[in-house]
Ligand binder design. Structure first.
Ligand code: DUC
Ligand code: ZN
Ligand code: ZN
Ligand code: ZN
Length: 478
């Protein structure tokens, strides 16, 4: 088996940074050593197959993106990244594990939805992947099926308080699912927006001729995120269910989560790069139909109201625990365009799976979070939250050889769209939500289970390198 030594770098973990060498045997990390260590008297560098010099660079556990939607059917179309293109783009950006959402559609049985998702992903992924299960039709049969999820390596399910008629669960369904969550330990993941109220506002705005992308953000008011978040927290408190609120964008929703945590509840919050950097005014309100690029749900929030600053602060203080992308890309042509003249028909989603580590690293450069917190919120916490820690999320003996060598003296111009010189991102999109963003750092090398998949701006991996990973229960629950 191939032995790899990563030498002379600074190993950064959630708890500190230390100069160290990392030895990988085959797919597994076998030692983290003081620089220049010998092993039983042998010069290490001479006894391995490959030495990677990480001088001047950070050696971090590969990113874990716990919220992606490859090939998600939505609004009469489907997310434009396949498991093949999306996981390859993830690797480019230093993410070595994704947890995607298998979908049970309305009228479908849970395990049929899951089987269909395995079929989409199997043999196509560049990096390891797991699944959460969307429960899109909560009935007696679904509740019974949920008893079998953990054996399938799926320790979390997602409900939607939004999108009536599509994935939606009403309060009665939410309550029953949360009882199951409390009983089994499966994490309840919640899309917390008041869907029925949003739909009223959408109809009224459209009837008043307010059809531009901007009004997507107006209809999905922060009050409706705060309210749904609060309702989910109360139902979780009543039932004893662990609750993870996905894609938090409103500062008022953050406060609901922070209060629940202060009260000792097992409530956790996730935000996404778009809510930290982008805004209702500058992006969703861009001229003409441009704003469609930034239509996602929850929506981008007003910068004047201070949501972005508050989210950065909540990441620093652990009111919010981690950052995923909610990667759900759609092209402008033929997809986002479906909503020309009617914002409610714009497929919801932004593509960011390639940029999460870079965008959050810029938060380190800008003094928003520490280097250690960067590793924690992009890798270690996601791994612990969703039952992957030990194999993923950490550089230690026994862990998978998922490692990123990150260059703080490098530079990344991210998110330029397709142009005459080709793409400068690798997601299957005809534009970027991140055009013009400049990062004071660079993903130099990425190893996935000991194999170098990205090096020196080249992709060296292959379709099918990535395997399905079975997850255990969240490691945050006592
Ligand atoms: N939000 C999105 O932006 N896209 C897919 C589903 C969701 O909840
Ligand atoms: Zn959602
Ligand atoms: Zn999502
Ligand atoms: Zn590069």
């Amino acid at each position: 088996m191939m032995k790899t030594l990563i030498q002379n770098g600074t190993v950064v973990s959630a708890t500190g940074r230390v100069p160290a060498d990392v030895l990988i045997d085959g797919e597994i990390i076998v030692a983290v050593l003081a620089p220049g260590s010998t092993l039983l008297g042998n010069d290490l560098a001479a006894s391995v197959d490959r030495v990677i010099d990480a001088t001047g660079r950070y050696v971090i556990p590969g990113g874990v993106d716990a919220h992606t939607h490859m090939q998600l059917p939505f609004g009469g179309t489907a997310a434009s990244d396949t498991f093949e293109t999306g996981t390859r783009a993830a690797a480019w950006g230093g993410t070595t594990t994704i947890v995607d959402f298998a979908v049970q559609s309305y009228g479908q049985r849970v395990f049929d939805g899951l089987a269909a998702w395995h079929e989409k992903a199997a043999g196509n992924c560049a990096i390891d992947y797991g699944f959460h299960q969307i429960i899109g039709d909560l009935n007696d049969d679904s509740l019974q099926a949920m008893d079998g999820l953990l054996d399938e390596g799926i320790s979390s399910f997602k409900l939607f308080m939004a999108y009536p008629g599509v994935f939606y669960s009403d309060d009665a369904q939410v309550l029953r699912a949360m009882q199951k969550s409390a009983e089994t330990g499966l994490m309840t993941m919640m899309h917390a927006e008041n869907g029925p109220a949003i739909d009223v506002l959408v109809k009224q705005l459209l009837a008043a001729g307010k059809t531009d992308p901007y009004y997507h953000g107006v209809a999905r008011a922060w009050q409706l995120e705060e309210e749904a978040t609060h309702r989910a927290i109360m139902l979780a408190d009543l039932t004893g269910a662990p609750l993870y609120v996905v894609h938090v964008s409103a500062k008022q929703a953050v406060e609901q989560i922070a209060t629940a945590r202060d009260h000792g509840q097992n409530v956790f919050g996730e935000t996404c790069p778009q809510y930290l950097y982008l805004s209702l005014e500058e992006n969703l309100g861009a001229p003409g139909f441009e704003g469609a690029k930034w239509v996602c749900s929850t929506p981008l929030r007003s910068r004047a109201e201070g949501h972005q600053d508050h989210l950065w602060q909540s990441l620093r203080t652990n009111d919010i625990q981690m950052v995923s992308t909610d990667h759900c890309p759609f092209c402008m042509k033929g997809q986002k365009e479906l909503g020309l003249g009617d914002f409610s028909k714009i497929p919801n989603g932004i593509g960011s799976v390639e940029h999460r580590l870079d965008l959050l690293y810029q938060g380190v450069v800008n003094g928003r979070i520490t280097l250690e917190r960067w590793v924690e919120i992009t890798s270690t916490t996601p791994a612990r939250m969703f039952g992957l820690y030990g194999r993923k999320g950490v550089i230690q003996p026994g862990a998978d050889g998922d490692i990123v060598i990150y260059n703080p003296n490098g530079h990344t111009s991210i998110g330029m769209p397709v142009n005459g010189n080709g793409k400068t991102h690798h997601m299957n999109m005809d534009h970027s939500a991140w055009e013009g963003y400049e990062i004071d750092g660079h993903v130099d090398t990425v190893l996935s289970r000991g194999k170098v998949v990205i090096d020196d701006d080249s992709y060296l991996g292959a379709k099918g390198d990535g395997r399905f990973v079975k997850r255990g229960l969240s490691q945050y629950l006592v």
